[in-house]
Design a protein around this ligand. Structure first.
Ligand code: 5RP
Length: 241
């Protein structure tokens, strides 16, 4: 990763920090971009802000604990604001997520959120989803059978980490990385087809879930969606790096 890419990720995450308000229950995403947001929340907590966080992965839970952010893993009602990264973002703000392996909890947290804000650098913008692999989490039990049925819908798939030393998700499952040559023509329909397959726990297509995407480019962070309507909630400047 270049230094520039890191700076862009940081600027997108810091823009999202402007939405954090005292008393909020926050969904804390996973991956290198969301990490900047969680670190920023940690600084706000250190300054005295009272927020709690629902982590989307064990890694984020550990980071939040180190930073002194109170952690919640069961909720009644909704999360006020979730901020997370993405692997691909299309013009309709549909996403591919999960290349970091946290897609199930990320989707659960996003689905439980009043507001789901995605933070990316501009390299994540695509015309059509499916430029890279689509992660699909499957149960280990009879996974080859699940993979065969999944392979019938795709060009190819691989077991993340390889069959000898497979990657195991936080939920104890496998991840199959699916390639769709020429991209995913209709992501909403494809997501429905994937969910019908017994053995599939969840897939990385996040359709119609993001209400704002903050994209950082050399000109600075730009919000697409609701934030661009001026709904920035907190007037404090973002914390210094
Ligand atoms: C993890 C994810 C991440 O949000 C996604 O992979 C983006 O990560 P990064 O910000 O490191 O590029 O979906 O499951």
């Amino acid at each position: 990763m270049t230094l520039l890419s890191d700076e862009l990720k940081q600027s997108a995450a810091y823009k999202a920090l402007e939405l954090v308000q005292d008393g909020m229950l926050l969904g804390l995403g996973s991956g290198s971009t969301a990490r900047y947001f969680t670190e920023g929340v940690g600084r706000l907590v250190e300054e005295g802000m009272k927020v709690r966080g629902v982590p989307t992965s064990r890694e984020t839970a550990e980071l939040a604990a180190e930073l002194g952010i109170p952690i919640v893993t069961e909720i009644a009602g909704q999360i006020d604001l979730t901020v997370d990264g993405a692997d691909e973002v299309d013009p309709a703000l549909n996403l591919i997520k999960g290349r970091g392996g946290a897609l199930v909890r990320e989707k659960l947290v996003a689905a439980a959120s009043r507001r789901f804000v995605v933070v990316v650098d501009e390299s994540k913008l695509v015309k059509q989803l499916g430029v890279g692999v689509l992660p699909v989490e499957v149960l280990p039990f009879l996974w080859r059978s699940t993979a065969e049925r999944l392979a019938a819908l795709a060009q190819s798939l691989v077991v993340r980490g390889g069959e000898e030393t497979p990657y195991i998700s936080d939920n104890g499952n496998l991840i199959l990385d699916v390639t769709m040559e020429g991209g995913i023509k209709n992501p909403a329909d494809f997501g429905v087809e994937l969910k019908k397959l017994t053995g599939v726990v969840e897939h990385g297509l996040f359709i119609g879930m993001a209400d704002t995407v903050i994209v950082a480019g050399p000109e600075g962070p730009k919000a697409i969606g609701r934030l661009s309507g001026g709904a920035v909630a907190r007037s404090n400047p973002p914390p210094k790096a």
